[in-house]
Design a protein around this ligand. Structure first.
Ligand code: PHE
Length: 346
């Protein structure tokens, strides 16, 4: 009779000792698998009368729970030593280890680091500031007149219109120069690396964000000769002693006089190629003597102090080093591109 069978198996399960993995496995095979005892009892259950079902249904389910619980508890009890044993048997110590992938630095980070190192040796410190700026630090303190086109929506990403002091994404890291000068008194000798934003259509030659390193040197008696020599030294360190420089007069609201600096083309050496548009020269930065208005706006006595400033795009400097022709590569994160640069343990 089914009821007796269940009774006998229950006694067996209650008294059985499951101390080893083998015993647990044998238990599983005897009771729990598809062709095991429990399943066969359920098959038999289907054949009994309706009346018996009412009583036996409960008894059978209790037995099933009992067997499953017994198995689970035994499995957990010996589970740990069991897997240890298993993995110890599986480990083949003669196999080569699993290598791990080393990342590589982004080319822009590499070049920024190089630029920073060169200026650090000249005594420049690194200064940083916020990417969300107000009008004062990005424009007004830097002598931009209110109607200057850079303030146009087409050139600048505005975040919030605010009476007399709009909030925008900084368009250059010159804003950090203002913050620095406002906070103290000369001498200042610092470079400001950072990301900047301009409202440009994205193409091979332009992007809505890029990276700059700007520099500022303010002290008594700083002259244009200091500016030229500092930047000449920088270029020679970065691109090699054979690199030539030239300065062309230019205009920035915050410097007077202002200039743009070209270097002899690093790709063709000055003989003419696509990179330098066959001129032999490429422009790499803007610079000039800090306009006295800017010094005064920041609370610095422009009769006592003079200074120079410069700013360059890291992308441009990198393009000339690695001959990268499409700016978009820098922000697409394609590892095939990124892996081509120096790999180092960070
Ligand atoms: N801020 C200028 C720019 O973003 C660069 C610059 C900095 C020019 C300092 C002159 C002096 O284009």
């Amino acid at each position: 009779m089914l009821q007796n069978k269940i009774q006998d198996y229950s006694t067996e399960v209650e008294n059985i000792h499951l101390d080893t993995a083998e015993q647990v496995e044998a238990f599983r095979l005897r009771f729990l698998v598809n062709k095991g005892i429990i399943r066969s009892l359920f098959e038999e259950f289907k054949t009994v009368s309706q009346e018996e079902k009412r009583i036996l249904g409960k008894v059978l389910n209790e037995f099933k729970q009992l067997a499953e619980e017994k198995f689970k508890v035994a499995q957990e009890r010996i589970g740990l030593s069991n897997t240890d044993e298993k993995s110890a048997n599986l480990a083949d110590l003669s196999l080569p280890g699993e290598g791990f992938n080393l990342g590589s630095r982004h080319p822009l980070s590499l070049v920024r680091k190089e630029i920073v190192e060169i200026f650090k040796k000249l005594g420049f410190i690194v200064a940083e500031g916020p990417e969300i700026e107000d009008d004062w630090h990005n424009f007004s303190a830097l002598n931009f007149p209110p109607e200057h086109p850079a303030r146009d929506m087409q050139d600048t990403f505005f975040i919030k219109k605010q009476e007399g002091n709009d909030i925008a994404l900084r368009t250059h890291t010159s804003s950090v120069q203002v913050r620095m000068m406002e906070k103290g008194q000369p001498p200042f000798r610092a470079i400001m690396p950072g990301r900047v934003y301009r409202n440009e259509a994205i193409s091979a030659r332009a992007h809505c964000f890029f990276h700059q390193v700007e520099g500022l040197y303010v002290d008594e008696g700083v002259s244009f000769a200091d500016l030229k020599q500092t930047l000449f030294h920088f270029v020679q360190e970065l691109y090699g002693a054979e690199t030539k420089v030239r300065f062309r007069p230019s205009y920035f609201p915050f410097t007077e006089p202002s200039a743009e600096m070209d270097i002899s083309c690093t790709i063709c050496g000055g003989t003419g190629c696509a990179m330098c548009k066959h001129t032999g020269w490429v422009e790499i930065l803007g610079c000039g003597m800090v306009d006295p208005n800017v010094l005064e706006n920041c609370g610095i006595d422009s009769k006592k102090y003079t200074g120079f400033a410069f700013g360059m795009g890291i992308e441009r400097i990198t393009n000339l080093k690695y001959e990268i022709k499409d700016l978009r590569l820098f922000s697409e994160n394609d590892v095939r591109f990124l892996k081509q640069f120096e790999t180092e343990i960070i």
